[in-house]
Design a protein. Sequence first.
Lengths: 759, 268
Amino acid sequence: MSHYIIPQMVYDDLEVFKKNHAEFLAGTLDELTFKTMRVPFGVYEQREANTFMVRIKLAGGILTPTQLLSLADLAEKYAHEAIHITTRGGAQLHYVKIEDIIDIITTLHSIGLSGRGGGGNTVRNIMADPLAGTAPDEVFDVSPYALALTTKMLEQKDSFALPRKFKITFSGSEADRGYATIHDVGFIAKIENGLKGFKLFVAGGMGAKSRVGSKFLDFVPESEVFLYAQAIKQVFDQNGNRKNKHAARLRFLIEELGMDEFRRLVNVEIEALKAKGDWEMPIVEIERTQGDTTHEPFTVPENIKKWWNRYVYAQKQAGLYGCKVPVHLGDVHFENARALANALLPFGEDVLRFTGDQNLYIRNLTAPQMASLHDILQNFSKDVSKPTLFGDMVACTGAATCQLGIARPRGAVDAIQKRLNKLMDERDYDALQGFKIHLSGCPNSCGKHLIGDLGFFGKVQRNEGYSYPAYNVVAGSRTSGDGSVYAQKAGDVAAFHVPAFVEEVLDTWLLHVKAYKSFADWIDDGGLAIITEISKKYVDIPSFKEDKNPYFDYDAVELFSLKGRGMGECSAGMYDLIEADKKALKEVLEKEEKDYELIRLLSARMLLVTRGEDARDKAGVLKAFKTHFIDTTLLNAYFGTMLEGDADEKSIELAEEVIKLYDTMDNTLKFAKEKELAAAEVKEEKSAHFKDLSGVACPMNFVKTKMELAKIGSGEVLEILLDDGAPIDNVPKSVAGEGHKVEATTKEGNGWRVRIVKK
Amino acid sequence: MKDFSDEELERYSRHIILQDVGIEGQEKIANSKILVIGAGGLGSPVALYLAAAGVGEIGIVDGDVVDLSNLQRQVIHATADVNVPKVLSAKAKMEAINPNVKVTVYQKFLDASNILDIVKGYDFVIDGTDNFSSKFLINDACVLANVPYSHGGILRFGGQTMTIKPHESACYACVFDSPPPANAIPTCSSAGILGAVAGMLGTIQAAEALKYIVGVGEPLYNRLLTFDAKTMNFRNVNFKKNPKCRVCGGEGIKEIKDYEAVVCEAKL
């Protein structure tokens, strides 16, 4: 047993999704509704429009060589030839075309993998200690718990419509290699009175308002793992903040309620779950490899000794070895994946893990078996022949593909490695075994900067009015079951200078490395101040006139800017809420006996979430509905008369009207009528000059825009109509490039209305 | 402001798109008056580019007729134009390129008696002449009339040019004082000229004129640009205005006199 079980519900949902997918391709289903369907399947849109990625759950990072072989096939066929290992030890296929999504999901299901809950406000991939089942220091193997809990969580409907994402992990020992102390729910293996169980941490997290987890219980028996995880999830589901997704993670709820109240609520849920039954979680041990474990004396050949010392470790099982394979930025080319999978096939099922440090681990091999992989692994990634420092660098995808990204940390990693490569022969980087450099493109901690030895997260700096990419520097994290500590702020550096800065920090640390037990110890003992001093040399850049290079991020062809940053896909959770009410509303409308009261309530509640309201009782809902939809004239005052007294058959009209209104809502949660109202208001406010340039091609539309701008005074407003395609792609950019302010771009008919304020 | 027609907006669109030109710059071009002295090797490209650019009014001066030996470099004239007055041949081509441009022709050679009156009415002058006495005469007239101009000269594979803003930047006489003695310098008839070199230098002069009109960039003030087409090396030689310059310094000149004519026997 080495994978989780996909529940029937997921297969059923796929059938619905297939239908929606076909409708979307045919143009009969709108993008918004489709988005609410695809995100829970782990299908996200990349920053580049109409390009998607599929996130795949790998509980505990566990996958078999056979599964790896299938992923390699999918990568070759659909995904720009690469399998991407995520920072949760899952897998991602990037640059996928929307037409291919169903084929991919179907293939994944056939090999026992699912993307369900990969994204959106769901229970995310459940992780485990990368060395689980092999680590000499572990209390017991936690992998089966990650698999079993994944199976259980996939069966729960409420796992997919939470206020925000929900992350669970398992660690096998106090070293907390699974990072239990920084998860929403983290379990650390423990044996008490001869019973297997876990120390339970809650409400840790690295994103905005990062927080180290609090110990919730000293011992949870193994049989109650699901019980506790589910109870905590239910408390989160019922009380979490759905209004503001930036303050929605479990850690915010606990700050708000206080730990005592939270505990009380969890206990109430536990009693309820116990009463309901079906809370046991069957544990199936993972079968050990059939591999030959007899003790043949083995001498590591001289030519692979360096690699062996760096990456191979002796497992707790005598005679068996594990090995870390550093993967550059988590990207595995399909050919390498295929070669490795084929080589591993004869050695059994449990020989492979993807891990949260975006690497790959091999396990349960004898020394000769391990040695036989050396050559394959050398082709696998250029980091394999280098000190661990190189392969241990972590970076999120950053602004290259993420809509929230500010900087491009993957490019920065390439630049750092290029620089360190040149120094490798002169510096003893092997003395820094295990040193972690982590980079995130923005304050959201997808690159795990807070748990790096040296961490970076993207920010914007300005020099003489020009923006340039830069990073906050943090340093000295500690992870332990006794309490983890995040890396502390150490300074700021320009993205351009990151490689030089890293070089100098490492050189300085090399001078001290022998005197300290860990980098964090040095940081606490004066190292932080030294790094801060170093960073000061690397924050300023030459003026834009002198040198434009620092104003470009790594691998970027355009000048650095925040253009294209979106609101991210996470808001899809809100659409789930609306969809749920809409579905319920349609169900009651279809019933023979109409419940007018319920129809009125659902109609009034359905769209309240778009206005940031989460009124719970009937009176509150009706009142908020009146304020936001009747008083604002979004709906005719006639519908206001239905809100008082008992509901009657007119409620059906109200329901129809609300559903119609929802159909006109766009990505920014604005209704068509709202935009008209706003536009009318603007016209009254400031009579804009206007030129219809629809039907005028590039560059004449720009020429004519300049002509119109020349006629008006500074600060005056010009509105133009442009065609879709090249005109809307180019003209606003060119206008802004000349220093005018492009205030708004709104879709109008088949084209666009662009509002310009003359400089 | 000028209301450009759609035809004009489209014709000048590549200028207007330029951030440093724009509608405002194109309007300046349309309102400008530029005099081209000489419809030969230099005057040909200058007149063509200025007409194409939409310069409102272009004056062109030349007393000669088109000769078969001109056609190797004077690209504004065609084979059928041989024996036609150069200014008429040039005007026809300029109007064919851009009917929006007004072309005034002066079918005569300039001398001390007429130059000042003609130069006075223009915003910028192009020296496209082939002899030293004309070049000094043009310098004197432009300084006296306070009209900026572009000096240009070519020989064999080389060329030189500078832009002069009278009383502000060095003038031609600040740099060279006075014409060389007759026959000290080889003339075109004895030395020859690579046709394309005329195009290169004339095109630089046209660009200088447009830069000045639009008010963008740095004109070739106080520096002489020289190039050698054989090596394609370009060089800037910096000069300063000479406070004791015979023409623009201290007292300066008060009136126009003809210089001793050293006219190139071959027609440049």
